[in-house]
Design a protein around this ligand. Sequence first.
Ligand code: NAD
Length: 493
Amino acid sequence: MMNHWIGGASTPGTSDRTSPVFNPATGQVTDQLPLASAADLDGAVKVAADTFASWRQTSLGRRAEILFRARAIFDERREELAKIISSEHGKVPSDALGEIARGIENVEFACGIPNLLKGGFSEQVAGGVDVFSIRQPLGVVAGITPFNFPAMVPMWMFANAIACGNTFILKPSEKDPSAAMFIAEVLAEAGLPPGVFNVVHGDKEAVDAILAHPDIAAVSFVGSTPIARYIYETGTANGKRVQALGGAKNHMIVLPDADIDGAADAAISAAYGSAGERCMAISVVVAVGGVGDLLVDAIEARLDKVKIGPGTDPDAEMGPLVTCEHRDKVASYLDIAADEGATVVRDGRDHPFEGDGFFLGVSLVDHVKPWSRMHTEEIFGPVLSVIRVDTYDEAVQLINDHEFGNGCAIYTRDGGAARRFTFDVQCGMVGINVPIPVPVSYYSFGGWKASLFGDSHMYGPDGIHFYTRTKVVTERWPDPATSQINLGFPVNR
Ligand code: NAD
């Protein structure tokens, strides 16, 4: 049985509720996870609140030193972490290593905290009066994370949060909780004082306890849209600062002048990498102006090259889905597609698999209708839809009319068309001949519309802003030359 991580140590909970953890590649239960009660969460908050006073006093140089050391340990132990991720999420080690690399970027960014926390100063706003602004930490902050990036998404949050001087409680996904424990151990090894970073495992009960707790100042959430909306509404109603990133449906527009082979390669890796369980996965290719046949043929020709297998197979490029239920739900969209009149070019259910793993082959569905469930709903699996339109304007309209606005991409050789797309499209992250435009850590990550609740994107400059509040000081000091105070030393009068 796994434990929580509270006050720098592996700590058992008091609740007797548990949840099984699976290896998706074998279908076997590998561990039991304790699901925290409100009392367990309260215990962690007390430790984090007690630690806040001393952590806040810790110099910026010392905080940066600990983060530099953590960065080095994450780097050295990335293979180990990749195996842990693969064994509970199912993604193959190359995908897990990619996630870790993108996660470590955020630790690197946070190492710059002495520079990032600089305030502003205005001299002589009135006679003898200066004004300066400083950024101070919030207190105890919590992160609630999804299953699909069990290392990277926590790194998006905790690195900046603790660098800013907050103490942190992570509530990871109950589907793949071990990466969070690995992170806790690395941070302890790097010299992070006990109580600064804590892990509380759990489900809705733990999340509701976080949202209600008066000593938690802010909540960062990444997950599906219905839960993101709930977290935002409940957390803000309780007076907390909340950033809640939700689901997605990401389109890749291919204009007639695009490099079709390049676009097909990009579509394959962006749609089926991590078995499509990425919030920035391309799930809809929009073929513009007669490019559809060429493009669908090019994508179909590449489908058999995607090697599917467990993470323990060094040749595997795509693993299983995270749970049996999720695999079945994703597969059910292929029946929905046929009912809605789309053309199922490849049905992933036809791919043979041995054993009890939660595998599904890659699927390609052509002639998807904009109004259909195949297009309006997030499927979150290895299913790529193709919508054919006549014009660029229709393609952009598809994205702008969609409920979600996370990522999107355009493939073209025309710089003017790409520039216009950037101007027109209602989406938080845009790729130009780049299928998955996840911003580097010194920008910030976030979608528009139902892909984000709140006004703050995640990590980068927005992360520093989210995890601090501004204090503005207005000060007046009399000029010694005119002061009546006896300073005890001569001044020019
Ligand atoms: P999820 O919403 O089911 O779970 C996310 C977190 O919320 C987990 O920690 C879970 O324990 C908790 N949770 C689940 N149900 C809850 C409930 N009823 N009340 C309170 N808490 C609850 O998401 P998931 O299946 O783990 O992850 C996949 C989803 O996350 C997809 O929709 C994907 O698009 C989205 N996602 C978005 C981004 C982004 O940056 N926008 C990034 C990664 C994943």
